[in-house]
Design a protein around this ligand. Structure first.
Ligand code: NDP
Ligand code: 8X3
Length: 254
């Protein structure tokens, strides 16, 4: 049963990877979309593609989610009520150990993955509370369950996403607003290209000899979560490739 047709979904970070795939699957279900990201041309081209392929309304806004004033302006100017907020924008930068970590990289991860996500929840949920309906879906990570070497701050931010998800559910206790998160392992997107700062060969090596998840794999589960009946709240879902058994245990074919 399609319960999503006609809903308005706001997806942060829809220029690539999980956000982009989720946008397309939701368009297929008849959702109207509000997309965000920093890369304007990608948002323009993708919105054109979606509206020419599906019978849906798509708008987009270009801004950096680390900038609180930009988030506030964006939400203040929203013409549509948001039924589903998908907090997807996020990244890892670098794999330095804590003793030699780069302070700017740390700020980038904390400001994007934690403060940007929190800002969107803070700004969008008051209207959901007024309507007593809505769904917040955060993208966590296996790094929100396990800390691994070289991932000190990224893991910390995803542990924070887990805490924020759980506390948000409790803060909204007694309302009909649903709060969910999905915690993926290795998904082959631009994630590693970003993490290794454009060293694409190193990024490819992350997925060498194994079959990683695709963005579509995660998008399908997000759509499943969103499409449950109103009384069903999936709090979290840990999803890894069959080749992976923990953040660090990845089997590779010879
Ligand atoms: P991608 O790099 O493909 O996509 C990341 C998205 O986040 C892009 O659309 C990017 O848009 C957006 N983004 C990043 N920084 C900002 C910013 N400052 N302001 C606005 N948008 C921003 O990676 P994924 O699709 O893999 O990542 C999506 C989410 O999934 C992230 O939260 C990531 O932590 C999480 N995740 C990824 C896993 C993986 O293995 N790939 C596993 C577990 C979780 P733009 O650059 O245009 O601004
Ligand atoms: C991204 C997956 O394993 O790099 O969240 O933490 S991992």
């Amino acid at each position: 049963m399609n319960r999503l047709n006609g809903k308005t979904v706001l997806i942060t970070g829809a220029t690539s990877g999980i956000g982009k795939s989720t946008a397309e699957l939701l368009a297929e279900q008849g959702c109207n979309l509000i997309l965000t990201g920093r890369r304007k041309e990608r948002l323009e081209d993708f919105s054109k593609y979606l509206t020419s392929t599906y019978v849906v309304n798509v708008t987009f806004e270009v801004f950096d989610i680390r900038e609180l004033e930009a988030c506030k302006e964006f939400v203040n100017n929203l013409a549509l009520e948001v039924d589903i907020l998908i907090n997807n924008a996020g990244l890892a930068v670098g794999v330095d150990p804590v003793q030699s970590g780069d302070f700017d990289d740390w700020d980038t991860m904390i400001d994007t993955n934690v403060k940007g996500l929190l800002a969107m929840i803070r700004l969008i949920t008051p209207k959901m509370i007024k309507r007593n309906s809505g769904h917040v879906i955060n993208i966590g990570s296996i790094a929100g369950y396990e800390a691994y070497p070289g991932g000190v701050v990224y893991s910390a931010t995803k542990h924070a996403v887990k805490a924020i998800t759980e506390a948000t559910k409790k803060d909204l206790h007694g309302t009909k607003i649903r709060v969910s998160m999905i915690s993926p392992g290795l998904v082959e997107t631009e994630f590693s290209n970003v993490r290794f700062k454009g060293d694409n060969e190193r990024a490819d090596s992350v997925y060498r000899g194994m079959e990683a998840l695709t963005a579509q794999d995660i998008a399908e589960i997000i759509v499943f979560m969103a499409n449950r009946p109103d009384h069903v709240n999936i709090l979290d879902s840990i999803v890894m490739p069959v080749y992976q058994s923990s953040a660090q245990m990845v089997h590779r074919d010879e």
